[in-house]
Design a binder for this molecule. Structure first.
Ligand SMILES: *[C@@H]1O[C@H](CO)[C@@H](O)[C@H](O)[C@H]1NC(C)=O
Ligand SMILES: *[C@@H]1O[C@H](CO)[C@@H](O)[C@H](O)[C@H]1NC(C)=O
Ligand SMILES: *[C@@H]1O[C@H](CO)[C@@H](O)[C@H](O)[C@H]1NC(C)=O
Length: 559
């Protein structure tokens, strides 16, 4: 008996060896050969992982990315490349390198080598100041590790670096130093994927780009650029669009002068100043881009600190983003937000909202509104306050007032711009479908007030399958949510409709149209009633109709 079992085991193990999953081995790209690693994920499944493939040469200071010269032999693509030079989280020093234009590829394999798979290219967030394609490795793999998504959704996942901070986004506002270098890097990465992904088993005609926060706004900028014509078919913005007030620098020269002062390059003659900047040390320039938190004392708000951002350069971004949606007419677009996306910003602007022992006053709320609506002078404060306090009653619960502060920031920074982008996309569509969502899974961050729902970035752990990769720190409800989000996201990449594709979803997701505005509420308990209509319509109407008709005050000089 025992011998038979041993024999059976031996035969089984032989057959497993003979029919183990396929793997890519060495892959030929346009610049040379690369070899990654193959990670087993199940009995007959695995993921081929390539880390640190260059998609462009080391870029010159404030120059567009250039093609990589190529290499001989086989490049070992087994380690993440360095992140692009940036300030550290504490902003006391820099990290990373100017040699940073690399991407990573995750290819799911079964018994047969994969071919013609949909491709999803991820653009990281970090306020255009920080971040990398391999960011946030807290429990083992990076938050953006693509293995779970690739495996569970049967798609190729790609993540790419791009320049951030001063080196990525400084601009003179004209052709001398046009700006948007980080956007050009993203474009170069997506174009590399388009030219090379077939060799990895991907379908170059089936590319979806997706991103979160500054990465989500970047996704939107890529869609709106005339340079993207035909480059990708679909796009997903998670918590940010090009219309977000923090996503566009409207006075780039004022910022450039400020940076020039910090590195000793300020001159009254602009050409001399720019020449001096171009000869400066990249590390010093990067440090000069750090956020000065003291600046928000007075009537400032956190939003004002996010100064290094894309610009209208007359080239990659030829006009105001709101006027460019015709360029995305045939791209399928899915966009949404986390329900308390603005909470971390609100907590800096109005610290009392997170303090148990303090109340937030009417004056705090008015000050916040004044800070956010500075460009309208004081004209908007009264009308905005009456809209946001309409549900308070005569003696509001302190928690209601606090939540109102978070709602104001969520609406202003994320929700309203996203709704406008969705409408503009739907209104200009020539076949591209539009989908809207609200992610409101209760936060997992301990210590926050009970009214906080989904915090900024909290959607990412589910999209990237962390409840499966690190099961011990999650509950089954988190795995249900993660499975469903991966299904919606990868179905969308496969078919252009998140409700249709290889993966089962709990409820169909209706398309957002010119006059019909459904949205899907995403959490761990999804049913037919998860479909709602006209997300926060009162507030969206206030900002898009009432607020936008108020005349702008003269903007204060920010130099
Ligand atoms: C995209 O991929 C899906 C699934 O593999 C396929 O059905 C569809 O035809 C592809 N689209 C194009 C344009 O190749
Ligand atoms: C906050 O407001 C509540 C209700 O109005 C009141 O009972 C409480 O004493 C206030 N707390 C503080 C610290 O002022
Ligand atoms: C989109 O079109 C609808 C219907 O024509 C219109 O009411 C709406 O204002 C448009 N939205 C935007 C943001 O232009």
């Amino acid at each position: 008996m025992r011998m038979i079992t041993t024999l059976a085991m031996a035969l089984l193990s032989i057959s497993i060896t003979l029919v183990s999953s396929a793997k890519l081995g060495v892959v030929q790209t346009e610049s040379g050969r690369v070899q990654g690693t193959n990670k087993g994920t199940g009995l007959f499944t695995s993921v081929d992982v390539f880390k640190g493939i260059p998609f462009a040469d080391t870029p010159g200071l404030w120059e567009k990315p250039k093609p990589h010269p190529g290499w001989d032999g086989v490049l070992k693509a087994t380690k993440y490349a360095e992140r692009c030079l940036q300030v550290t989280l504490l902003q006391t020093e820099t990290r990373g390198s100017v040699d940073c234009l690399y991407l990573n590829i995750f290819v799911p394999q079964g018994l047969k080598l994969s071919s013609n798979l949909p491709v999803m290219v991820y653009l990281f967030g970090g306020a255009f100041l920080l971040g990398a394609s391999n960011d946030l490795a807290i429990l083992g793999d990076s938050l953006y590790d693509g293995k779970e998504m690739a495996e569970r959704g049967n798609v190729i996942v790609v993540s790419a670096n791009y320049r951030v901070g001063t080196l990525g986004f400084l601009s003179s506002g004209d052709t001398r130093m046009p700006g948007n270098y980080g956007l050009w890097d993203q474009h170069a990465a997506i174009s590399w994927v388009r030219r090379n992904i077939a060799a990895f088993g991907g379908n170059p005609h089936n590319i979806t780009i997706f991103g979160q926060s500054a990465g989500a706004a970047s996704v939107n900028f890529q869609m709106l650029s005339p340079y993207s014509k035909g480059l990708f078919r679909r796009a997903i913005s998670q918590g940010g669009v090009a219309l977000s007030p923090w996503a566009l620098q409207k006075e780039p020269m004022a910022l450039t002068k400020k940076i020039a002062r910090k590195v000793g390059c300020y001159r009254s003659d602009e050409d001399t100043m720019l020449t001096c900047l171009k000869m400066s040390d990249p590390v010093g320039l990067t440090m000069a881009g750090k956020i000065d938190i003291l600046q928000i004392l007075g009537n400032g708000v956190v939003m004002d600190l996010l100064e290094l951002a894309p610009v209208v350069d007359g080239d990659f971004v030829p006009d105001e983003p709101a006027r460019l949606f015709h360029n995305a007419a045939d791209v399928d677009y899915m966009a949404g937000i986390c329900s308390t996306d603005g909470h971390i910003f609100a907590g800096v602007d109005v610290p009392s909202i997170n303090r148990k022992k303090a109340n937030t006053t009417v004056e705090d709320v008015r000050d916040l509104l004044a800070g956010l609506t500075k460009e309208k002078g004081t004209a908007a404060v009264g009308s905005a306050f009456s809209v946001y306090s309409a549900h308070w009653g005569s003696n509001p619960d302190p928690a209601v007032v606090k939540k109102t502060v978070a709602d104001i920031e969520t609406d202003f920074l994320f929700l309203v711009p996203t709704q406008i982008a969705l409408q503009l996309h739907a209104n200009h569509s020539s076949g591209g479908r539009t989908f809207s969502y609200l992610f409101n899974m209760k936060t997992r961050i301990p210590g926050f007030p009970s009214w906080v729902e989904a915090e900024h970035s909290e959607d990412l752990q589910y999209v990237f399958g962390k409840p499966f990769a690190t099961p011990l720190v999650y509950f089954p409800r988190h795995r249900d949510l993660s499975r469903n989000m991966i299904a919606y996201w990868t179905n969308f990449a496969r078919t252009g409709d998140p409700g249709h594709g290889d993966s089962k979803v709990p409820v169909p997701w209706p398309t957002f149209g010119k006059t019909h505005h459904p949205f899907l509420t995403i959490n761990h308990k999804m049913t037919k009633s998860s479909v709602g209509y006209d997300l926060r319509q009162n507030y969206v109407n206030y900002w898009t109709q009432m607020y936008s008709t108020l005349p702008s005050a003269r903007r204060p000089q920010r130099e």
